[in-house]
Ligand binder design. Structure first.
Ligand SMILES: Cc1cc2nc3c(=O)[nH]c(=O)nc-3n(C[C@H](O)[C@H](O)[C@H](O)COP(=O)(O)OP(=O)(O)OC[C@H]3O[C@@H](n4cnc5c(N)ncnc54)[C@H](O)[C@@H]3O)c2cc1C
Length: 379
């Protein structure tokens, strides 16, 4: 049994695999040749319709809002399996989840969460800042409103977002207190100062806040006890990155297995001892990464330690995926590096995952803190 999945989870996995083969693969076949071209909107709509019908679209959405609110491990299996297919259309099969907005109520829910889940509004996460300490994003509270100043340097999807979830320092400059605040894109004093793309093909913006005023009700409420909602949201996002990486490594292994078994005249690469050792090494990395991923997914609903488990899985899965894809390219030969080849595209995506949701070495520092100062003993 794969990594000791329970029977219901095995069945879920088989359902996702069948969806990939019967629905997504034929839709992928209808894509334009150019691997960098946008997926046409009618194909996106077809993917969303197929995913809704099959019951995957609402996997991250709460039941009260029409979703299926899957348990953590099933969510991770879904992302990993879609990523393992390495299809360009797959990313449209899962509808938006609440993310950081999980649990907000009243006006915040009506204005941001409900439209986000319905696909009527888009959000983007604004955390990363330029190194200059003067550019730090701070929110000063005066007479019931927040005055925000500073810069955010790397906001994915920021050009198309209707609102941003912005990490701000609170109170005085010396304070360590930080929290997320929701800021509408069209707020006076907020501007997009730069647009750029990264090697994985995703698009980003730099934002400048010059005395942006928002009501302090826009600050995301903290949970009364236990890890903050923001921490739980970040742990979930890191685990999703780990699942994408593990799926990508799985694709690279599948591809390499087929490559080694291909005939080359009267022999095969599979007859070469060096190629066999490399394949085994790829498999070992994937085995270790997936074990870490599922362990962390099981820990996620348990709260406190979820943060450290998610960090460990994110580091292990992304770093191993980069190595596995590099080996697949080494065995794939020159054609694997031709622009648009599935491994070439995967290589760029995996490199980006090393930094997204926290760079490996920064996360190592957090893990050390977990071990030394917060009693994390689960390594
Ligand atoms: C594809 C992509 C999408 C992204 N999307 C977003 C987004 O939507 N929102 C967002 O806010 N950010 C986003 N980012 C930014 C990403 O989170 C940062 O690039 C990452 O956290 C590293 O921060 P930095 O670029 O400021 O590098 P720096 O902080 O300058 O760090 C550079 C390197 O120095 C080392 N380093 C730095 N600090 C430490 C430390 N304390 N301990 C050990 N080593 C250290 C690490 O090796 C690190 O990689 C995205 C990045 C990529 C590549």
């Amino acid at each position: 049994m794969l990594e000791m999945l329970e029977e219901a989870q095995q069945k879920w996995l088989a359902r996702v695999q069948a969806f990939v083969t019967s629905e997504l693969a034929p839709l992928e076949a209808g894509l334009p040749e150019d691997a960098e071209a946008e997926v046409p909107s009618e194909l996106r709509r077809a993917v969303v319709a197929a995913a809704r019908k099959a019951g995957f679209y609402g996997a991250f959405q709460p039941v009260a809002m029409g979703g299926s609110a899957l348990p953590a491990l099933e969510r991770i299996l879904l992302i990993e399996t879609l990523a393992r297919a390495n299809l360009r259309v797959a990313r449209f099969a899962i509808g938006p989840g609440p993310g950081m907005l999980a649990g907000v109520s009243g006006a915040l829910r009506a204005r941001y969460l409900d439209p986000l889940l319905a696909g009527e509004k888009r959000s983007a996460l604004a955390i990363t800042e330029p190194p200059d300490p003067n550019a730090r994003t701070r929110a000063e509270r005066r007479e019931g409103v927040l005055h925000i100043t500073g810069t955010k340097s790397y906001v994915t999807g920021g050009a198309d977002a209707d609102f941003y979830l912005v990490l701000v320092g609170l109170d005085d400059v010396a304070s360590e207190r930080r929290a997320f605040v929701i800021v509408d894109r069209d707020s006076p004093g907020l501007s997009i100062v730069r647009r750029f793309s990264s090697l994985d093909g995703s698009h980003h913006v730099e934002l400048r806040f010059e005395g942006v005023v928002v009501p302090d009700g826009q600050l995301l409420p903290e949970a009364p006890s236990g890890p903050s909602r923001a921490q739980a949201g970040i742990a979930e996002m890191r685990l999703q990155v780990a699942a994408r990486a593990t799926g990508g490594a799985g694709f690279a292994l599948d591809h390499t297995r087929a490559r080694l078994l291909e005939p080359r005249g009267d022999s095969r690469l599979a007859d070469d001892a060096g190629a066999r050792l490399r394949l085994a090494d790829m498999g070992l990395r994937l085995y270790a990464a997936r074990s870490a991923l599922y362990r962390a997914a099981r820990a996620l609903p348990r709260g406190e330690d979820a943060r450290n488990h998610a960090i460990a899985a994110k580091i292990l899965c992304t770093e191993n995926a980069v190595q596995v894809v590099a080996s697949a390219i080494a065995l794939g030969g020159g054609r694997a590096l031709v622009v648009g080849h599935p491994l070439e595209r995967l290589h760029r995506e995996m490199q980006a995952l090393l930094l997204t949701e926290g760079a490996s070495d920064v996360l190592r520092q957090s893990l050390a803190k977990g071990v030394l100062e917060h009693g994390f003993t689960q390594l």
